[in-house]
Design a protein around this ligand. Structure first.
Ligand SMILES: Nc1ncnc2c1ncn2[C@@H]1O[C@H](COP(=O)(O)OP(=O)(O)OP(=O)(O)O)[C@@H](O)[C@H]1O
Length: 685
């Protein structure tokens, strides 16, 4: 039985649903009218077109278009109202503003609803200024930042709801741990195949990040499962709402690690009523910036190589190029060649001499112009001065010859040659090596891009008003130096230094902050994804004293030993069979390397129809069984995770520790580890 309060809330829900339905009916009627109007205008145009002049035709066309647009807007509004009918709000608080007679209820939902008839906000958007109090305060004194300044008052009541398909599933009366209870219910659910929004249970520290308006560069370091990616996407939704007059979704760019991840996060913003955000990967960006002229190894290939082959020289090359000092060295080299590689000579244009001192002076005076753009500029100066002082007009042919000659005064003008020369200059030629015939190693790609941008100049991506960089730990200082030049806009950069798939080139928030002076750093220390048992198990592999575990209990992870690989495969199959009978939606078999993932996939593919191997080319994955490497699984999550081959040979050093940690922290509810013969020393008892 429901108590009176709950009855009242249910009645109120019905009342609002009735209003929403009436609004939908009105829209339906209007849409029909618009459709009729459009048809009538088209008929009119058809019947009278011979007698109409151009101006009249344009006017009727415009009117048809206008009616069609109004009709489309109405259809959009109807869609929103339908969504609202399903779940109009998730929270309510009553706020008594200082000086007011009585408190007023504020219902908070994913979308706002303003009732035209009553001239009242029946539901507030979760991003509205007043809604911030729902996340920031319990009962008692509260305040929020309204457009006209701070509003003080008191929260006298607070409730949380779960409304699905228009029906109230539960309602919780306010208490200090109200958030905990609803959060527990949310976290305990089985996974979706795409990331979902979390507006009903955003936590206070997360809310501060979402609603941060001032930081030009905001760096979020968060432990595994702390909600970094979710929060960053909610932050984008917030900024789109807050600055809707100046920013739209096409002005935002997400730099994402791979296509699977991009697909995984692609639903959050549409669920929040915003459009999808353009997205690009680092490699695609590099191809664009290098005009598709340079072939290079991918990051994925680099990580695979690192794991499959112990090549100390390769590791050293990666390490060397992953420091802030390396960027300084690149800059020093660029200054050095500017001062030393230009060797002016006297030129003759017909009988007009151009002294080398003249060319040298011009070269120096153009110090603000990118080095490689100066050659043509010098020729333009020569051209103007010859005309002015000598009344000599040069021909097109002479101009081209001059350009060639001036360019040749610079010792090396080929970007690749110059890049190799940089290592000669450093006295470390062994630090440059092609991956394969004329294919650059991945760690050389962004230094090369950096050099190109500095030498040739570039157009910044000025249309991008906010850049979101996920998995920040996987990018090096030189990559950030490129990003900072290309994207002068505001940025949100997030990641976890503990989750690097390549520890030889990982960056932590301090290193990144060095590239962006004035950046604000925020920490997220609470881990929400996994049960306490899984989170604590992962902590033993890679302790992080800052990490706080959200208490949510489940089975302890199992660690099983097998005599043979065959026996391990049989056990994996048994676990899959059990999973298929369970309420879980996703099972990830997470391997150390891509090769191992392919091998396990091969041993299972004949027995199961719905099993997928994630590769660098995979564009999306759904529910069911997924075999993947730790690298590909980064950022994703599964109800259940199996880690196979957790033996002493496979997981032994610091690189492996990171990968094992990533693999374990992908599990939400259930974790099985298996090994053959000898257990990995990283798995303490
Ligand atoms: N406030 C919250 N309410 C409900 N669920 C939350 C909350 N914060 C995080 N979660 C859930 O925790 C899980 C992890 O979130 P997310 O993937 O954004 O974390 P992350 O820090 O980016 O993880 P990782 O770095 O390990 O990939 C998701 O299932 C997300 O829905």
């Amino acid at each position: 039985m429901f108590n009176q309060t709950e009855k009242d809330e249910r009645n109120y829900l019905e009342e609002v649903k009735y209003k929403l339905q009436s609004a939908i009916d009105r829209i339906d009627k209007n849409v029909q009218e618009y459709a009729k109007e459009v048809q009538a205008q088209k008929d009119y145009l058809w019947e009278h077109k011979t007698g109409m002049d151009h101006v009249e035709k344009v006017a009727v066309h415009q009117s048809v278009r206008q009616s069609a647009l109004t009709g489309e807007a109405a259809v959009e509004k109807k869609k929103r109202l339908r969504k609202l009918m399903q779940s109009p709000w998730f929270g309510r608080f009553d706020f008594k503003e200082e000086g007011a007679q009585k408190p007023l209820p504020v219902y908070v939902g994913v979308h706002a609803y303003y009732d035209e008839g009553e001239k009242d906000n029946l539901v507030y958007d979760w991003r509205a200024p007043v809604s911030s109090m729902f996340y920031d305060f319990e009962l008692g004194p509260a305040n929020y930042e309204a457009p006209n300044g701070e509003v003080e008052g008191e929260i006298t009541l607070k409730r949380q709801f779960r409304i699905r398909f228009g029906e109230m599933e539960y309602m919780l009366e306010s208490s200090l741990n109200i958030h905990d209870e609803v959060l527990q219910r949310e976290l305990g659910k089985a996974s979706d195949d795409k990331m979902k929004h979390i507006v009903a249970t955003i936590q206070r520290d997360q809310n501060a990040i979402i609603r941060n308006e001032d930081s030009r560069v905001l760096i979020i370091q968060g432990v595994a499962g702390s909600g970094k990616t979710s929060i960053a996407l909610h932050r984008i939704a917030f900024l789109l709402y807050r600055f809707r007059e100046t920013i739209s979704s096409k002005d935002i760019l997400i730099l994402s690690p791979n296509k699977v991840f991009a697909d995984y996060i692609s639903n959050v913003l549409p669920e929040l009523g915003e459009e999808r955000i353009p997205e690009i990967g680092m490699e695609e960006l590099a191809h664009q910036l290098l005009d598709k002229k340079v072939r290079f190894q991918t990051f994925f290939e680099q990580v695979s190589l690192l794991l499959e082959k112990e090549d100390e020289a390769f590791r050293n090359r990666i390490r060397f190029k992953a420091t802030f000092e390396f960027v300084n060295k690149l800059n020093e080299y660029l200054t050095y060649i500017e001062n030393n590689y230009f060797e002016p000579e006297m030129l003759m244009v017909q009988r007009n001499p151009i002294p080398d001192s003249y060319i040298s002076d011009k070269f120096k005076s153009l110090h603000r112009v990118p080095l490689f753009s100066r050659f043509n500029e010098i020729v333009s100066h020569i051209e103007r001065d010859l005309l002015f002082y000598n009344q000599y007009e040069i021909s097109g042919k002479e101009r081209n010859e001059l350009r060639k000659k001036v360019k040749n005064m610079f010792r090396i003008t080929n970007l690749r040659e110059l890049y190799k020369d940089f290592y000669q200059w450093l006295g470390l030629p062994e630090m440059f090596k092609y991956a394969r015939a004329s294919i650059f190693e991945y760690p050389d790609v962004f230094p090369l891009v950096y050099m190109k941008l500095k030498l040739e100049g570039f157009k910044s991506f000025s249309h991008v008003k906010h850049l979101l960089v996920d998995e920040m730990q996987d990018y090096t200082p030189v990559q950030y130096a490129v990003l900072s030049r290309l994207f002068p806009c505001k940025k949100t950069i997030l990641g976890d230094a503990n989750q690097s798939v390549n520890p030889f080139s990982s960056s932590d928030s301090d290193a990144i902050a060095k590239v962006f002076p004035g950046a604000d750093c925020m920490l997220l220390n609470k881990s929400y994804r996994s049960t306490s048992e899984i989170a604590r198990f992962a902590q033993r592999i890679r302790p992080d004293s800052d990490l706080e575990v959200v208490e949510r209990h489940g089975e302890a992870p199992s660690v099983e030993c097998f005599k043979t690989r065959r026996a391990q495969t049989d056990r994996i199959k048994a676990v899959i069979d059990k999973f298929e009978q369970s309420d879980y939606h996703s099972l990830g078999i997470v391997c150390k390397t891509q090769k191992q993932a392919a091998r396990i996939y091969k041993s299972l593919e004949d027995s199961y129809d719905r099993i997928l191997l994630l590769t660098a080319e995979t564009g999306a994955f759904g529910q069911g069984v997924v075999v993947t490497s730790s690298h590909m699984a980064k950022g994703l999550e599964f109800d259940q995770v199996i880690i196979a081959d957790a033996d002493a040979d496979n997981y032994k050093d610091e690189v492996d520790r990171g990968l094992l940690y990533i693999a374990c922290t992908r599990a939400m509810h259930h974790l099985n580890l298996m090994y053959v013969k000898e257990k990995s020393p990283l798995l303490l008892d």
